[in-house]
Unconditional design. Structure first.
Length: 435
């Protein structure tokens, strides 16, 4: 039954969805009632998720009350002191690459520079351990910066990039947009610093603690075409993880926009050159899970240990495509892989049918890492899936089924010791009001 359900949901992910797309300005109030099944346990669900946009500001809330059959609220939803703040999904001012951009709350797809060090990082990969992060960027005529932190209430991930356009005032076509940048990302958390203690297995209590993982890079980008129909640019980025290895990427980005709302598409492709002890996109979408994870029984591994063990990974590639059809249907996909590193592939698919069918909704988002032959679509500890399909009999009413395959933290003594996979099913009736 689960395989049949998964095949149905991944059909959406290959043909229609939502994922890592910018917040859409507007005001709407969404609320609903339903049931939630989490790993076989049932809860009554009360949900409200209003979004407000006024001028350059945007605010999104996300309140879910899950009440079990004994009338008790699910304790994992409110077991930390700042859980009440996590009801605010985000507060935003401006948009990315605007003169001023600030976002507090969920970081769904954080990126530094062109993405060699950090790309599509998420601080909400686990709903029960979602964090309140911050992005703060400023852009002036000839220079600017972008910054991020994954957790406003703890010393974890910090990243930033400074960029400079030396010919911005020259008036020379194309070259006036020549951009140089320098960036860094560091992880100050204890789990991000854990290594094996000699030849002994890595465990919760037996580990060697290294210096904080810090990666630094430089990049350059140059537009080749810039007109009302097509943007096309090339870039190169060099990165080094201090105390470990280094790598580089050479890529091209394009944006076809001349067909207006009928059809638009953006694409990115890059070739990666990787040395020993270097992993491109080290701080990627699964980083919160990979930082320190259980292998079996009491044996663990860490992202830093993986990095230390990488030998001759070979070159690699990254490619992505995102399209919008008729101004409403969104399709995106990406794939990355290291040629010589076994099972290093990572796939991302996302779709959103939008309003193309007035009486229906369908959206999905799927990630899979460590891809093996014949396991492109599978739900296990290497996958994340979010999908929703529903019927809209009226503009203000949606009857839908929501499915999520995600991770929950397992704690011991108040500390997270590992993450386990969990499925979530929510049949619900929602009311949507736009104003």
């Amino acid at each position: 039954m689960r395989k049949l359900c998964f095949a149905f949901l991944t059909f959406f992910a290959a043909t229609s969805a939502i994922a890592q797309l910018p917040d859409v300005p507007g005001n709407n109030m969404t609320g609903g009632l339903g049931m939630t099944v989490i790993d076989g346990k049932s809860y009554f669900l009360i949900n409200t998720a209003p979004e407000f946009s006024f001028s350059d500001w945007g605010v999104g809330l996300d309140l879910n009350l899950r009440i079990d059959t004994d009338g008790k609220i699910r304790k994992e939803d409110f077991d930390q002191g700042y859980d009440i703040l996590r009801l605010i999904r985000y507060v935003r001012y401006g948009q990315k690459r605007a003169p001023l951009y600030v976002r507090v709350g969920a970081l769904d797809a954080a990126r530094i520079g062109h993405g060699l060090l950090m790309y599509n990082y998420s601080n909400v990969i686990s709903y029960d351990n979602r964090k309140v992060g911050l992005e703060f960027d400023m852009k002036f005529d000839s220079w600017g910066f972008e910054t991020m932190t994954s957790n406003f209430f703890g010393a974890e991930l910090f990243g930033g990039r400074f960029f400079y356009l030396p010919l911005s005032e020259s008036g020379i076509p194309l070259f006036k947009s020549l951009e140089f940048g320098t960036s860094f990302v560091t992880d100050l958390s204890e789990d991000g610093r854990k290594l094996q203690n000699g030849s002994a297995p890595l465990t919760i209590k037996n580990f060697d603690k290294s210096n904080p993982v810090t990666a630094a890079g430089v990049d350059v980008g140059l537009p080749i075409l810039d007109n009302s129909f097509l943007d096309l640019g090339i870039y190169s980025e060099f990165g080094k993880i201090l105390g470990y290895g280094q790598g580089a990427s050479f890529g091209v980005e394009s944006n076809l926009k001349g067909l207006g709302s009928l059809f638009s598409v953006s694409a990115k492709f890059e070739h990666r050159i990787n040395g020993d002890q270097f992993l491109p996109n080290y701080f990627g979408p699964f980083y919160e899970i990979e930082r320190f994870s259980q292998v079996k029984d009491s044996v663990y591994t860490s992202k830093l240990q993986m990095l230390k063990d990488v030998k001759s990974p070979g070159n690699g590639l990254y490619g992505s495509l995102q399209a919008t059809i008729l101004g409403t249907v969104k399709i995106l996909g990406s794939y990355e892989e290291l040629y010589k590193l076994k099972n290093s592939g990572m796939l991302h698919l996302g779709t959103d049918m939008g309003d193309i069918i007035p009486f229906a909704i369908a959206r999905a988002d799927y990630y899979r890492r460590g891809i093996k032959a014949g396991e492109l679509f599978k739900l296990d500890e290497k996958s994340i899936l979010t999908a929703e399909a529903g019927y809209r009999p009226y503009q203000y009413l949606i009857i839908s089924m929501f499915y999520q395959w995600t991770f929950v933290p397992v704690k011991s003594g108040g500390d997270i010791v590992r993450y386990e996979t969990v499925y979530k099913v929510e049949p619900k009736i929602s009311f949507v009001f736009r104003f």
